[in-house]
Design a protein around this ligand. Structure first.
Ligand SMILES: Nc1ncnc2c1ncn2[C@@H]1O[C@H](COP(=O)(O)OP(=O)(O)OP(=O)(O)O)[C@@H](O)[C@H]1O
Ligand SMILES: [Mg+2]
Length: 395
């Protein structure tokens, strides 16, 4: 410690601004990822002011946080603007595991405050099915994962958040309308083995008077409506089928359900870096954890046993490696998948189809191997860092 400061870090020279003024000013510096003040998040480790020079130590969640320069500049600029401060020295440190855990629980609490009130049981895990690109089989994977989880004897909600491009009702052979009782929407239910799937989709409202009203809502508001107004009852999982892309609905989900985890669907041939970049960007902005990657349309095996990798090879593995999440399954290209979607009998429920075993294994991994989110999964910049490294390597 500098000999001109007292033991508590306060300056002996009381004429100019002291550490308290500097800390107050730093309340305006917001962590760009966590959207919370760096002071509130406990990232400001130390503040000293000596002869008009402020020395500040900021601890980041990881050493290679890509936002370190931005945070340093924000701190520098904010403190330099305090009258009476003529010099600013910012030291960037790295948090230890305990500091990081405390920060994540603070950020999580802050995020919870903006979460919407839902009828979801606190113990229900939320899995948002996303991809960096449309048409890769998100809805097919969402539906088949949901029924495969249900056949384990679980109660699985399936929220079709693709408001205008809904496909879940057709894929499960379900029709509306959704019943409303005591002011709450009741999901349409379907048994799957020993379990139950409870489905909510815009498709159940089409043709109803309600649909006209709903059509006027912006997408996010419609999803929020579903989340707030559905009486889910008992539920072990909520699978959310998201529209293509990485836009508003995905960010809205992160805001409304900060405990959600992402299941990223890719095809084997997609430019992995491109998809990884988008998925990581989404995870970074939303601080959602990626629970796993599912590779869909992973080659076709003909009746004679010959294997044809029609859409390339290795995309799922590359993507998983690049974003640091497990590859939890490869779903082959199989006409039974499309047929199941068209007839309303998902392939995962057809015991004669090899797809049933594929989805049972995916559901098993989700249920037993991938730990649910109990705290925010570390600096999401970790994802970003890996993607950057991967992109750098391929440049
Ligand atoms: N493994 C597979 N084998 C054969 N056909 C498949 C497979 N997966 C999906 N399909 C078919 O590909 C088409 C697109 O699938 P799906 O609608 O699930 O994709 P999506 O990613 O949800 O699309 P969107 O981005 O439009 O929401 C559907 O006709 C579906 O039946
Ligand atoms: Mg879809």
């Amino acid at each position: 410690m500098d000999d001109r400061t007292a033991a508590d870090g306060a300056p002996r020279d009381r004429a100019g601004p002291g550490p308290d003024e500097v800390r107050d000013a730093l309340r305006d510096v917001v962590d760009p990822e966590l959207h919370e003040s760096i002071v509130e998040l406990g990232m400001v480790r130390r503040v000293d002011v000596v002869d008009g020079t402020a020395r500040i130590e900021v601890a980041l969640t990881i050493a290679a946080c890509p936002l370190r320069h931005q945070i340093r500049d924000d701190v520098d600029g904010r403190v330099r603007a305090i009258p009476g401060i003529d010099g600013v020295e910012v030291t960037i440190g790295t948090m230890d595991a305990a500091e990081r855990a405390a920060l994540m629980s603070r950020a999580r609490r802050a995020a919870q405050q903006s979460a919407v009130a839902t009828d979801l049981p606190a113990s229900a895990r939320v899995l948002g099915v996303v991809s960096g690109k449309g048409g890769v089989g998100k809805s097919s994977v969402a539906v088949n994962v949901a029924v495969a989880l249900a056949t384990r004897g679980l109660r699985v909600g399936l929220l079709d958040a693709d408001i205008w491009g809904f496909s879940v009702p057709r894929m499960l052979g379900l029709e509306g309308p959704l019943a409303v009782s005591e002011g709450k929407i009741r999901p349409v239910e379907r048994r799957a083995g020993a379990g139950l799937v409870k489905v909510v989709s815009m498709g159940f409202l089409s043709g109803e008077d309600d649909a006209i009203m709903w059509r006027g809502l912006v997408l996010n508001r419609a999803v929020q409506h579903f989340l707030e107004d559905v009486a889910w009852g008992g539920l072990d999982y909520l699978v959310v089928d998201l529209p293509p892309g990485t836009g508003d609905v995905q960010m809205g989900l992160a805001r409304m359900l900060p405990r959600a985890e992402l299941l990223v669907v890719t095809t084997p041939g997609l430019a992995a870096q491109k998809v990884a970049g988008r998925a990581a960007d989404m995870a970074r902005k939303s601080h959602l954890r990626v629970a796993g990657v599912v590779e869909n349309m992973s080659g076709f095996t003909c009746a004679h046993g010959e294997h044809y990798p029609l859409f390339g090879v290795g995309g799922g593995e590359r993507l998983a490696r690049e974003i640091g999440a497990p590859l939890i399954g490869r779903v082959p290209l199989d006409p039974r998948m499309a047929r199941g979607g068209d007839t309303g009998e998902p392939a995962a429920l057809d015991p004669t189809s090899p797809l049933a075993a594929v989805f049972a294994a995916i559901a098993g991994k989700i249920a037993t191997e991938i730990a649910p989110v109990v705290a925010m999964g570390g600096c999401s910049a970790r994802l970003f860092e890996r993607v950057e490294a991967a992109l750098g390597a391929s440049r």
